[in-house]
Design a protein around this ligand. Structure first.
Ligand SMILES: Cc1cc2nc3c(=O)[nH]c(=O)nc-3n(C[C@H](O)[C@H](O)[C@H](O)COP(=O)(O)OP(=O)(O)OC[C@H]3O[C@@H](n4cnc5c(N)ncnc54)[C@H](O)[C@@H]3O)c2cc1C
Length: 538
């Protein structure tokens, strides 16, 4: 038997919060310092070998659809591996699905963002129902009677996995059904019909091409009612305790996100109740969309963090050519560059989360403009980053036993889901058009920076913003959005990160070349300081 040599120890147990300097600082700075002890406890739980194994098991044993029972009665249920339930229970007990609504206080959205940032590093599938439930609350509040009925269960921290009428349960999770076969971006093409039943409720007839986490207790769905496209709450059980007429046709065979079930469904007269004004379905459900887009930023930043933590950990322990990988100058360049990307994603995400804790005009503008912008850019960068971090582990990074393939497969979904890249950039244009003080707020956010590293870039951005206002050129929306995010990330790093990080980010991201591969950082930067900052203490 050969001797096992030169293999790094697994990165476990470790505390995902305590070992992440960037996250810790951001939590404090953005107003959730009070949550540090709780976050540290969650970080330790998530980083335990037992929880890490749950993440692997939940993905190895994929959910199974059961359409019929042995006698042929409809079931339309999905069975999950116990690991899925344990992980979802862990997330719910930490309040990640609703704590800012259940217990509102300054910093509540930031604290919750930090928790979900860590959750997604261990398992991203359960993040889906957690995110949708979180996002559903402001939309549900458009229907006060429904909200009064549902919110106490949504606010509960007791995960109840049983499939039965919500009125019999102490807790509930909420999903979302918008995308149909013929179109997901252009929701006006929705064909699902909502027919009034005469008692104030509606009956839905139609389908949804994607409806994730179908074992949620209820779904916010769009359907065409007599007054136009409207938003409805469709429970899985009817008020008389019958299974609602929702047939799960099949589960999607997905690239990643495999622990989670995403389904195609048909509504055959499904019971539903109106949420918000009839005919104003898109503005009603889009409130949910803003929060789930924030969650795409959080989720993708978390994936980046996990990928970089694994890569730096590996490079610290693995030797090649008589040196630790981390001490090989070219590897250090790659690692430092990856760490920059991860830190920049985390810092803008947590800043954005603070805007959800505030209600002044500036916060509203940041939410409106920066949510789609950050979603676009962070989610676009994640697949590149997870791919490069995989390579840091060499051949072992390509093997399922490391978490790297799972991170890589997970990486693209946040960009597609909840408004794909182009849709996000077009949304940034729309927000600019409709928000008169957008440029002023952004200028303030950039800190009216005189910083020589940032100034030329922000001047160029100002020109582009101005030109965009003059002529709404959709073809340039990606370029504008990328520049907007880079400028915001640079400004945040200049203000809050060690100079080594800010210098390297500006030198590598604000120039003409930037970004075709990682590891192209120019000479003269403190790469060791950047890399050490990203190392998970273990
Ligand atoms: C794993 C997974 C889970 C999902 N879960 C859910 C769910 O629970 N509920 C739900 O409702 N949906 C869900 N979706 C669906 C998802 O939100 C949609 O796939 C997405 O919104 C895009 O819609 P589409 O697939 O119809 O693509 P299309 O709308 O056909 O778009 C295709 C491409 O064209 C681009 N495009 C569209 N319009 C324009 C334009 N005007 N200019 C330039 N480019 C444009 C888009 O950016 C996109 O890249 C899920 C998707 C995935 C992959």
């Amino acid at each position: 038997m050969f001797e096992v040599q030169n293999q790094p120890p697994p990165l476990e147990p470790y505390n995902l919060f305590a070992s992440d300097a960037v996250l810790r600082d951001a939590v404090q700075r953005e107003g959730a310092g009070w949550a540090k002890a709780e976050l540290s406890a969650l970080g330790a739980t998530l980083g335990s070998p037992e929880t890490i194994k749950l993440g692997f098991d939940a993905n190895k044993f994929a959910p199974q659809l059961r359409t019929l029972d042995r006698y042929g009665h409809r079931l339309d249920e999905v069975e999950f591996h116990p690991a899925w339930h344990e992980l979802l229970g862990l997330a719910v007990s930490a309040g990640l699905h609703s704590s800012p609504w259940a217990d509102p206080k300054p910093g509540a959205h930031v604290a919750r963002a930090a928790g979900t940032f860590m959750l997604g590093q261990v398992e991203s599938g359960v993040y889906c129902p957690v995110a949708m439930t979180y996002g559903s609350v402001p939309t549900l509040r458009h229907a006060p009677a429904l909200a009064a009925d549902w919110l106490p269960r949504i606010f509960s921290r007791n995960y109840d996995r049983s499939f039965r009428p919500a009125r019999l349960k102490s807790a509930a999770l909420v999903g979302m059904g918008m995308t149909e076969n013929q179109g997901g971006s252009d929701l006006r093409t929705n064909t699902t019909r909502a027919e009034p039943s005469g008692d104030g409720s509606f009956r839905l007839h139609g389908h949804k091409w994607f409806m994730s986490a179908p074992m949620c207790d209820a779904f916010l769905v769009l359907a065409q009612s007599p007054k136009g496209l409207s938003c409805f709450l469709m429970p899985r059980w009817t008020p008389d305790d019958k299974r609602n007429a929702v047939q799960i046709l099949r589960l999607k065979d997905k690239l990643g996100n495999r622990s989670n079930a995403s389904s195609e469904v048909e509504f055959l007269g499904a019971y539903a109740q109106l949420v918000g004004e009839e005919g104003r379905g898109i503005p009603t459900i889009i409130e949910m969309g803003n929060y789930t887009r924030l969650d795409c930023c959080i989720g993708s930043s978390g994936l980046m963090r996990q990928a970089v933590a694994q890569a730096v950990h590996h490079a610290r322990h693995r030797t090649a050519f008589q040196k630790k990988l981390i001490d090989q100058p070219l590897m250090m360049n790659v690692l430092a560059d990856l760490a920059l990307e991860s830190e920049a994603a985390t810092i803008i995400t947590m800043r954005l989360a603070r805007a959800y804790d505030e209600s002044d005009e500036a916060a509203q503008v940041i939410r409106r403009m920066v949510t789609p912008a950050a979603k676009f850019w962070i989610c676009k960068r994640t697949p590149f980053l997870t791919y490069e971090t995989m390579e840091v582990l060499g051949g072992s990074g390509y093997i399922e036993e490391s978490i790297m393939p799972r991170l890589y497969r997970e990486a693209p979904v946040n960009s597609i889901w909840e408004g794909s890249g182009n849709i996000m950039c077009l949304d940034v244009l729309r927000a600019m058009e409709r928000t008169p003080n957008a440029t002023d707020v952004l200028r303030r956010e950039l800190g009216d920076s005189k910083d020589a590293r940032l100034k030329p870039f922000t001047e160029q951005l100002e020109k582009r913003l101005h030109a965009t206002r003059e002529r709404n050129d959709e073809s340039q929306a990606r370029a504008l959005t990328r520049e907007l995010v880079l400028a915001l990330q640079a400004a945040l790093l200049i203000r809050h990160a060690p100079p080594a990080v800010a210098d390297a980010f500006c030198a590598s991201r604000l120039g003409a070349a930037g970004g075709s591969a990682f590891g192209l950082l120019p000479q003269g930067l403190d790469l060791r300081a950047i890399t050490e900052r990203a190392a998970p203490a273990h």
